[in-house]
Design a protein around this ligand. Structure first.
Ligand SMILES: [Zn+2]
Length: 390
Protein backbone atom coordinates (compact mmCIF):
# COMPACT_ATOMS: atom_id res chain seq x y z
CA UNK A 1 0.00 0.00 0.00
CA UNK A 2 2.93 2.32 -0.65
CA UNK A 3 1.97 5.85 -1.46
CA UNK A 4 -1.72 5.19 -1.25
CA UNK A 5 -3.95 8.02 -2.55
CA UNK A 6 -7.07 8.47 -0.46
CA UNK A 7 -9.52 11.39 -0.49
CA UNK A 8 -10.61 13.22 2.67
CA UNK A 9 -13.89 11.38 3.05
CA UNK A 10 -12.33 7.95 2.50
CA UNK A 11 -9.61 8.76 5.03
CA UNK A 12 -12.27 9.88 7.52
CA UNK A 13 -14.21 6.67 6.84
CA UNK A 14 -11.12 4.62 7.67
CA UNK A 15 -10.31 6.53 10.85
CA UNK A 16 -13.91 6.43 12.10
CA UNK A 17 -13.93 2.65 11.63
CA UNK A 18 -11.35 2.25 14.41
CA UNK A 19 -13.25 2.10 17.69
CA UNK A 20 -10.88 4.33 19.62
CA UNK A 21 -13.17 4.90 22.60
CA UNK A 22 -10.77 6.11 25.30
CA UNK A 23 -11.02 2.85 27.28
CA UNK A 24 -9.65 0.95 24.24
CA UNK A 25 -6.18 0.90 22.76
CA UNK A 26 -5.64 3.40 19.96
CA UNK A 27 -2.76 1.42 18.49
CA UNK A 28 -4.63 0.09 15.45
CA UNK A 29 -5.40 3.62 14.32
CA UNK A 30 -1.87 4.81 15.13
CA UNK A 31 -0.30 1.89 13.23
CA UNK A 32 -2.57 2.57 10.28
CA UNK A 33 -1.51 6.24 10.19
CA UNK A 34 2.12 5.29 10.67
CA UNK A 35 1.93 2.85 7.73
CA UNK A 36 0.16 5.40 5.55
CA UNK A 37 2.79 8.04 6.34
CA UNK A 38 5.58 5.57 5.68
CA UNK A 39 4.00 4.69 2.35
CA UNK A 40 4.57 8.32 1.44
CA UNK A 41 8.12 8.30 2.75
CA UNK A 42 7.33 10.05 6.04
CA UNK A 43 8.79 8.55 9.20
CA UNK A 44 6.84 9.01 12.40
CA UNK A 45 7.70 8.67 16.06
CA UNK A 46 5.50 7.03 18.66
CA UNK A 47 5.33 8.17 22.27
CA UNK A 48 3.70 5.27 24.10
CA UNK A 49 1.93 5.30 27.45
CA UNK A 50 3.39 3.43 30.44
CA UNK A 51 2.09 -0.04 29.60
CA UNK A 52 2.44 0.37 25.86
CA UNK A 53 -1.28 -0.06 25.21
CA UNK A 54 -1.64 3.39 23.65
CA UNK A 55 0.59 5.82 21.83
CA UNK A 56 0.91 9.35 20.59
CA UNK A 57 2.39 9.89 17.15
CA UNK A 58 4.28 12.77 15.63
CA UNK A 59 5.73 13.15 12.18
CA UNK A 60 7.29 15.85 10.08
CA UNK A 61 6.50 16.44 6.42
CA UNK A 62 9.05 18.60 4.63
CA UNK A 63 12.36 19.86 5.97
CA UNK A 64 12.97 19.38 9.69
CA UNK A 65 13.61 23.07 10.31
CA UNK A 66 11.96 25.73 12.43
CA UNK A 67 9.01 27.93 11.49
CA UNK A 68 6.63 25.17 10.45
CA UNK A 69 3.13 24.44 11.63
CA UNK A 70 1.85 21.67 13.91
CA UNK A 71 -1.50 20.07 13.10
CA UNK A 72 -2.70 18.49 16.30
CA UNK A 73 -5.57 16.15 17.04
CA UNK A 74 -6.63 13.47 19.48
CA UNK A 75 -7.26 9.92 18.37
CA UNK A 76 -9.71 8.86 21.08
CA UNK A 77 -13.47 9.34 21.08
CA UNK A 78 -16.14 9.25 23.78
CA UNK A 79 -18.26 6.11 24.27
CA UNK A 80 -21.45 5.40 22.35
CA UNK A 81 -22.81 3.21 25.17
CA UNK A 82 -26.51 3.72 25.76
CA UNK A 83 -26.85 6.37 23.06
CA UNK A 84 -29.65 6.00 20.52
CA UNK A 85 -27.74 6.04 17.22
CA UNK A 86 -29.69 5.76 13.95
CA UNK A 87 -26.63 4.51 12.07
CA UNK A 88 -23.64 2.37 13.00
CA UNK A 89 -21.37 4.86 14.84
CA UNK A 90 -18.24 3.21 13.39
CA UNK A 91 -19.41 3.38 9.78
CA UNK A 92 -19.16 6.80 8.16
CA UNK A 93 -22.59 7.40 6.67
CA UNK A 94 -23.50 10.28 4.35
CA UNK A 95 -27.21 11.05 4.45
CA UNK A 96 -29.26 13.14 2.05
CA UNK A 97 -29.10 16.01 4.59
CA UNK A 98 -25.47 16.59 3.58
CA UNK A 99 -24.09 15.30 6.88
CA UNK A 100 -21.52 12.60 7.54
CA UNK A 101 -22.59 10.60 10.57
CA UNK A 102 -20.23 8.65 12.80
CA UNK A 103 -18.46 8.78 16.16
CA UNK A 104 -15.44 11.06 15.88
CA UNK A 105 -16.57 12.79 12.69
CA UNK A 106 -16.65 16.15 14.42
CA UNK A 107 -14.70 15.38 17.62
CA UNK A 108 -12.23 15.08 16.05
CA UNK A 109 -10.95 12.76 13.38
CA UNK A 110 -11.91 14.93 10.41
CA UNK A 111 -9.24 17.59 10.90
CA UNK A 112 -6.31 15.21 10.59
CA UNK A 113 -8.11 12.87 8.16
CA UNK A 114 -8.30 15.81 5.77
CA UNK A 115 -4.66 16.74 6.39
CA UNK A 116 -3.53 13.13 5.93
CA UNK A 117 -5.48 12.87 2.68
CA UNK A 118 -3.53 15.90 1.44
CA UNK A 119 -0.20 14.33 2.29
CA UNK A 120 0.64 13.55 -1.38
CA UNK A 121 0.08 17.25 -2.17
CA UNK A 122 2.29 18.26 0.77
CA UNK A 123 4.99 15.91 -0.53
CA UNK A 124 4.77 17.10 -4.12
CA UNK A 125 5.00 20.75 -3.09
CA UNK A 126 8.66 20.79 -2.01
CA UNK A 127 7.84 22.46 1.28
CA UNK A 128 10.11 25.19 2.61
CA UNK A 129 8.43 25.04 6.00
CA UNK A 130 7.58 21.76 7.69
CA UNK A 131 4.06 20.53 8.42
CA UNK A 132 4.07 18.43 11.59
CA UNK A 133 1.39 15.96 12.57
CA UNK A 134 0.73 15.46 16.29
CA UNK A 135 -1.81 12.81 17.29
CA UNK A 136 -2.49 12.12 20.95
CA UNK A 137 -4.27 9.47 22.99
CA UNK A 138 -6.71 9.90 25.91
CA UNK A 139 -7.75 13.52 25.36
CA UNK A 140 -11.34 12.77 26.29
CA UNK A 141 -10.40 11.43 29.70
CA UNK A 142 -8.35 14.45 30.76
CA UNK A 143 -5.77 15.34 28.08
CA UNK A 144 -3.46 12.60 29.30
CA UNK A 145 -1.38 11.78 26.22
CA UNK A 146 -0.75 15.37 25.18
CA UNK A 147 1.71 15.99 28.03
CA UNK A 148 4.26 13.39 26.87
CA UNK A 149 3.58 14.19 23.21
CA UNK A 150 4.22 17.91 23.67
CA UNK A 151 7.30 17.17 25.80
CA UNK A 152 8.76 14.85 23.14
CA UNK A 153 8.06 17.37 20.39
CA UNK A 154 9.62 20.19 22.44
CA UNK A 155 12.85 18.16 22.43
CA UNK A 156 12.87 16.92 18.86
CA UNK A 157 10.98 19.37 16.68
CA UNK A 158 12.69 22.66 15.71
CA UNK A 159 10.55 25.48 17.02
CA UNK A 160 7.37 25.71 14.95
CA UNK A 161 5.72 29.04 14.23
CA UNK A 162 2.19 27.97 15.11
CA UNK A 163 0.17 25.08 16.49
CA UNK A 164 -3.33 24.37 15.25
CA UNK A 165 -5.53 22.20 17.45
CA UNK A 166 -8.23 20.87 15.12
CA UNK A 167 -11.08 20.56 17.62
CA UNK A 168 -14.47 21.51 16.19
CA UNK A 169 -14.91 25.28 15.89
CA UNK A 170 -16.73 25.40 12.53
CA UNK A 171 -13.35 26.55 11.15
CA UNK A 172 -13.43 29.75 13.17
CA UNK A 173 -10.35 30.71 15.16
CA UNK A 174 -10.41 30.12 18.89
CA UNK A 175 -7.66 31.70 20.98
CA UNK A 176 -8.76 30.94 24.55
CA UNK A 177 -10.59 28.41 26.66
CA UNK A 178 -11.19 27.64 30.28
CA UNK A 179 -9.15 25.11 32.19
CA UNK A 180 -10.73 22.12 33.87
CA UNK A 181 -9.99 20.21 37.01
CA UNK A 182 -11.73 17.01 38.06
CA UNK A 183 -11.68 15.10 41.34
CA UNK A 184 -13.08 11.94 42.85
CA UNK A 185 -14.00 12.28 46.51
CA UNK A 186 -14.83 9.21 48.51
CA UNK A 187 -16.88 9.68 51.67
CA UNK A 188 -16.71 6.80 54.11
CA UNK A 189 -19.33 6.79 56.86
CA UNK A 190 -20.42 4.12 59.30
CA UNK A 191 -23.25 1.71 58.62
CA UNK A 192 -26.27 1.54 60.90
CA UNK A 193 -29.94 0.68 60.60
CA UNK A 194 -31.80 3.63 59.14
CA UNK A 195 -33.91 3.90 62.29
CA UNK A 196 -30.73 4.33 64.37
CA UNK A 197 -29.25 7.43 62.79
CA UNK A 198 -27.51 8.34 66.06
CA UNK A 199 -25.35 5.21 65.75
CA UNK A 200 -23.92 5.72 62.29
CA UNK A 201 -22.80 8.21 59.66
CA UNK A 202 -24.44 8.30 56.27
CA UNK A 203 -21.80 8.90 53.62
CA UNK A 204 -24.56 9.99 51.24
CA UNK A 205 -25.91 12.69 53.55
CA UNK A 206 -22.45 14.22 53.97
CA UNK A 207 -21.73 13.94 50.25
CA UNK A 208 -24.97 15.86 49.80
CA UNK A 209 -23.68 18.60 52.11
CA UNK A 210 -20.60 18.85 49.93
CA UNK A 211 -22.68 19.23 46.78
CA UNK A 212 -24.69 21.93 48.52
CA UNK A 213 -21.45 23.67 49.50
CA UNK A 214 -20.30 23.68 45.87
CA UNK A 215 -23.64 25.27 44.91
CA UNK A 216 -23.12 28.09 47.40
CA UNK A 217 -19.59 28.68 46.09
CA UNK A 218 -21.04 28.76 42.58
CA UNK A 219 -23.67 31.32 43.57
CA UNK A 220 -20.92 33.59 44.89
CA UNK A 221 -18.79 33.15 41.78
CA UNK A 222 -21.76 33.95 39.54
CA UNK A 223 -22.03 37.41 41.11
CA UNK A 224 -18.30 38.14 40.73
CA UNK A 225 -17.84 37.82 36.97
CA UNK A 226 -19.52 40.27 34.60
CA UNK A 227 -21.28 38.91 31.50
CA UNK A 228 -18.85 40.98 29.39
CA UNK A 229 -16.14 38.41 30.09
CA UNK A 230 -14.43 36.48 27.29
CA UNK A 231 -16.46 33.39 28.16
CA UNK A 232 -20.04 32.18 28.24
CA UNK A 233 -20.86 31.49 31.00
CA UNK A 234 -18.44 34.12 32.37
CA UNK A 235 -17.68 32.62 35.78
CA UNK A 236 -15.86 29.43 36.71
CA UNK A 237 -18.45 26.64 36.81
CA UNK A 238 -18.75 23.60 39.05
CA UNK A 239 -20.28 20.31 38.02
CA UNK A 240 -20.96 17.14 39.96
CA UNK A 241 -20.91 14.48 37.27
CA UNK A 242 -21.74 11.29 39.14
CA UNK A 243 -22.65 10.17 42.64
CA UNK A 244 -22.39 6.53 43.60
CA UNK A 245 -23.27 5.21 46.99
CA UNK A 246 -25.45 3.27 49.36
CA UNK A 247 -26.73 -0.28 49.39
CA UNK A 248 -30.32 -0.27 50.66
CA UNK A 249 -33.20 1.95 51.73
CA UNK A 250 -32.90 1.02 55.39
CA UNK A 251 -29.13 1.35 55.84
CA UNK A 252 -27.07 4.45 56.50
CA UNK A 253 -24.73 4.42 53.52
CA UNK A 254 -21.17 3.46 54.35
CA UNK A 255 -19.69 4.75 51.10
CA UNK A 256 -20.41 7.48 48.62
CA UNK A 257 -18.18 8.51 45.75
CA UNK A 258 -18.60 11.89 44.11
CA UNK A 259 -17.05 12.76 40.75
CA UNK A 260 -16.88 16.54 40.66
CA UNK A 261 -14.92 19.34 39.13
CA UNK A 262 -14.98 22.78 37.65
CA UNK A 263 -14.01 24.89 34.66
CA UNK A 264 -11.67 27.75 35.55
CA UNK A 265 -10.74 30.95 33.73
CA UNK A 266 -7.28 30.69 32.15
CA UNK A 267 -5.87 33.72 33.97
CA UNK A 268 -6.69 32.31 37.42
CA UNK A 269 -4.71 29.51 39.12
CA UNK A 270 -6.32 26.24 38.04
CA UNK A 271 -6.14 24.40 41.34
CA UNK A 272 -7.24 27.25 43.65
CA UNK A 273 -10.98 26.50 43.68
CA UNK A 274 -10.26 22.81 44.19
CA UNK A 275 -7.85 23.53 47.03
CA UNK A 276 -10.50 25.68 48.73
CA UNK A 277 -13.09 22.93 48.37
CA UNK A 278 -10.67 20.35 49.79
CA UNK A 279 -9.90 22.66 52.69
CA UNK A 280 -13.63 22.96 53.40
CA UNK A 281 -14.00 19.17 53.31
CA UNK A 282 -11.13 18.78 55.70
CA UNK A 283 -11.80 21.68 58.08
CA UNK A 284 -15.59 21.77 58.13
CA UNK A 285 -17.17 18.54 56.94
CA UNK A 286 -14.77 15.89 58.17
CA UNK A 287 -14.90 17.04 61.84
CA UNK A 288 -18.73 16.91 61.65
CA UNK A 289 -18.57 13.35 60.33
CA UNK A 290 -15.96 12.28 62.87
CA UNK A 291 -18.04 13.74 65.67
CA UNK A 292 -20.69 11.17 64.75
CA UNK A 293 -18.22 8.33 64.37
CA UNK A 294 -14.43 8.49 64.57
CA UNK A 295 -13.91 6.05 61.69
CA UNK A 296 -15.44 8.43 59.14
CA UNK A 297 -13.15 9.42 56.29
CA UNK A 298 -12.99 11.73 53.29
CA UNK A 299 -10.44 10.99 50.60
CA UNK A 300 -9.94 12.91 47.38
CA UNK A 301 -7.82 12.23 44.31
CA UNK A 302 -7.35 14.43 41.26
CA UNK A 303 -8.90 12.66 38.28
CA UNK A 304 -7.71 15.01 35.57
CA UNK A 305 -6.36 18.45 34.99
CA UNK A 306 -6.66 20.43 31.77
CA UNK A 307 -4.65 23.61 31.62
CA UNK A 308 -6.58 26.70 30.59
CA UNK A 309 -5.69 28.43 27.36
CA UNK A 310 -5.14 32.13 27.62
CA UNK A 311 -5.37 34.46 24.60
CA UNK A 312 -2.05 36.19 25.33
CA UNK A 313 0.83 35.34 23.01
CA UNK A 314 -1.16 33.60 20.30
CA UNK A 315 -1.25 36.52 17.84
CA UNK A 316 0.88 34.90 15.17
CA UNK A 317 -1.11 31.67 15.17
CA UNK A 318 -4.33 33.71 15.11
CA UNK A 319 -3.23 35.66 12.06
CA UNK A 320 -2.16 32.53 10.19
CA UNK A 321 -5.26 30.52 11.03
CA UNK A 322 -7.53 33.45 10.17
CA UNK A 323 -5.81 33.65 6.81
CA UNK A 324 -6.07 29.95 6.08
CA UNK A 325 -9.63 29.55 7.33
CA UNK A 326 -10.89 32.79 5.81
CA UNK A 327 -12.69 33.37 9.11
CA UNK A 328 -12.58 36.78 10.74
CA UNK A 329 -14.14 35.47 13.91
CA UNK A 330 -11.70 35.10 16.77
CA UNK A 331 -13.40 33.83 19.87
CA UNK A 332 -13.20 31.64 22.88
CA UNK A 333 -14.82 28.42 23.95
CA UNK A 334 -15.55 26.96 27.36
CA UNK A 335 -14.67 23.34 26.60
CA UNK A 336 -11.11 22.20 27.27
CA UNK A 337 -8.60 21.18 24.63
CA UNK A 338 -4.94 20.26 24.50
CA UNK A 339 -4.13 23.83 23.42
CA UNK A 340 -2.99 24.97 26.87
CA UNK A 341 -0.64 21.98 27.19
CA UNK A 342 0.94 22.52 23.76
CA UNK A 343 1.12 26.27 24.29
CA UNK A 344 2.88 26.01 27.65
CA UNK A 345 5.15 23.04 26.80
CA UNK A 346 6.36 24.22 23.40
CA UNK A 347 5.98 27.94 24.06
CA UNK A 348 4.55 28.38 20.58
CA UNK A 349 1.53 30.50 19.54
CA UNK A 350 -1.49 28.20 19.39
CA UNK A 351 -5.10 28.35 18.25
CA UNK A 352 -8.00 25.95 18.04
CA UNK A 353 -9.51 25.72 14.57
CA UNK A 354 -11.19 22.70 13.07
CA UNK A 355 -14.19 21.40 11.17
CA UNK A 356 -17.52 20.60 12.81
CA UNK A 357 -19.58 22.04 15.62
CA UNK A 358 -18.87 21.23 19.28
CA UNK A 359 -22.65 21.00 19.74
CA UNK A 360 -22.52 17.64 17.95
CA UNK A 361 -19.56 16.34 19.93
CA UNK A 362 -20.24 13.47 22.34
CA UNK A 363 -23.84 13.24 21.06
CA UNK A 364 -25.65 10.29 19.51
CA UNK A 365 -25.75 10.76 15.73
CA UNK A 366 -22.62 12.93 15.87
CA UNK A 367 -22.12 14.38 12.41
CA UNK A 368 -19.96 16.59 10.28
CA UNK A 369 -21.44 18.81 7.58
CA UNK A 370 -20.06 17.96 4.15
CA UNK A 371 -19.49 21.70 3.68
CA UNK A 372 -17.12 21.63 6.66
CA UNK A 373 -14.97 19.05 4.86
CA UNK A 374 -14.69 21.47 1.95
CA UNK A 375 -13.95 24.39 4.28
CA UNK A 376 -11.18 22.44 6.02
CA UNK A 377 -9.70 21.34 2.68
CA UNK A 378 -9.52 25.02 1.74
CA UNK A 379 -7.72 25.74 5.01
CA UNK A 380 -5.15 23.01 4.30
CA UNK A 381 -4.69 24.27 0.74
CA UNK A 382 -3.92 27.82 1.88
CA UNK A 383 -1.67 26.49 4.62
CA UNK A 384 0.18 24.50 1.98
CA UNK A 385 0.72 27.63 -0.13
CA UNK A 386 2.21 29.29 2.96
CA UNK A 387 4.48 26.30 3.67
CA UNK A 388 5.81 26.37 0.10
CA UNK A 389 7.21 29.86 0.59
CA UNK A 390 10.41 30.83 2.38
ZN1 LIG B 1 -12.18 16.65 21.12
Amino acid sequence: MAGEIVDSVEMLRRLVAFDTTSRNSNLELIKYVQGYLKGHGVESKLVPNEDGSKANLFATVGPNVKDGVVLSGHTDVVPVDGQPWDTDPWTLTLKSDGKYYGRGTCDMKAFYAIALAMLPDFQKAKLKKPIHFALSYDEEVGCIGAHSLAAAMAKEVPRPRAIIIGEPTMMTVVHAHKGAQMYVTKFTGFEAHSSMTHLGVSAIHFAGEFVHHLNTVQDKLDTQFPPTSEFTPPAPTFNVGTILGGTAGNILARECEVLWGYRELPDRPLAALGDEALKWLNDVLLPKMKAKHPSAQIETVVRSSTVGFSPAGNEEAKALAANWSGSNTVGSVVYGTEAGIFRSTLGVPTVVCGPGDIAQAHQPNEFLLASQVTACEGFMQRMLEWAKRD
